[in-house]
Design a protein around this ligand. Sequence first.
Ligand SMILES: Nc1nc2c(ncn2[C@@H]2O[C@H](COP(=O)(O)OP(=O)(O)OP(=O)(O)O)[C@@H](O)[C@H]2O)c(=O)[nH]1
Ligand SMILES: [Mg+2]
Length: 366
Amino acid sequence: MPKLTVLGVGGCGCNTINQLSHANLPPSVELVSVNTDAQAMAATSSHARIQIGPQTTRGLGAGAKPDVGCAAAIESAQELSQQMQHADIVFLTAGLGGGTGTGALPQVARLAQELSKPVIAVVTMPFSFEGQHRKANAETGLQALLESANAVIVLPNDKLAEVLGTKVTLLNAFKESNKILQDVLFGLATTISQAGLINIDLNDFISVISRQGRAAMGVSNLKADDDLVSAVKRAMQHPLLDNIQLNQAQAAIVSVVAKDTIELSQYNQIGATVHEQLPKDALVIIGLTINPDLESELEIMVIATGIGFAQPEIQDPIPAVNDNYINVHNFIKRPALHVPEPLQTKYDVDNLQIPTYLRQQKPPTH
Ligand SMILES: Nc1nc2c(ncn2[C@@H]2O[C@H](COP(=O)(O)OP(=O)(O)OP(=O)(O)O)[C@@H](O)[C@H]2O)c(=O)[nH]1
Ligand SMILES: [Mg+2]
């Protein structure tokens, strides 16, 4: 079963890991919290923890200085590499704008790249109210990350207020942004772990995510009487994602889980809708899994990659059924998921959703 290792770096990254640890992800997903801040990290529930830069920071955080976060990751490079060496795919997540996540994440991505692991990073950009200084740090961190991760998914925190309304509590808004990662991890882990009858296999997946650049991902459910085309578009244009140009994407992976009543015309329509949003020559891989017990009519997960970089020659042959976007058409039943034992935590989960910089009531640096 392909192993997905998720490293959450810094306060925000560790919050996301903590939330994921309560989400019953498949056992092939390993959660790792990484922080310079020993106290915040000890409060995170995960399979493994790496306190980076014990010499550089003495366990006290990076004080909103990305250089310190960067030095901490370099100090702990060996442990970080060891943690990632058995992964088939590395997911990284952090909030950009502080010291640890912003400085360490590009270094962690570089280490993963040195191990030849495909790397997807999901990062948040700071709220406007956090000030110019944090914003500038976040922009610099993002540029560094784009050079070392394959696919980078950006969630601007300002969109949380725009989409969820100003009345939403900060905690719920953060939970919502962390849920995007949760949904996609869940979808991916189940899609690529179909032992024996694999529909989208690890190599398909790697060929899509190794397109360097910005990426988009999303999940949507189709209820009875819902419009199929809108559901596909919902999965492709998640409102919390940064505005990205899907018409510049080089590749996409689409995983459809449906009841056994799905019609061929519906399946074709999903493919056609995805294809319409992307350039004509984009590589699109679509898989279908049948699960008669699905709660909704259909579940669609999309990851589109390679956005914003010059388009290289796409070599991958696409075996066609009768359309050039369908390459897999296996009707298989999704195996029952093994639900892992809940992870141990002795701390109040809700409190942990509060970013360290708020919990410690330090004003953001301007
Ligand atoms: N969406 C979301 N954003 C968060 C969360 N926690 C923090 N943030 C954002 O992430 C940015 C970085 O904050 P932290 O992750 O606490 O910073 P850090 O990487 O630990 O850096 P230092 O504490 O300076 O070492 C903040 O400026 C916020 O914009 C969270 O749980 N969800
Ligand atoms: Mg911190």
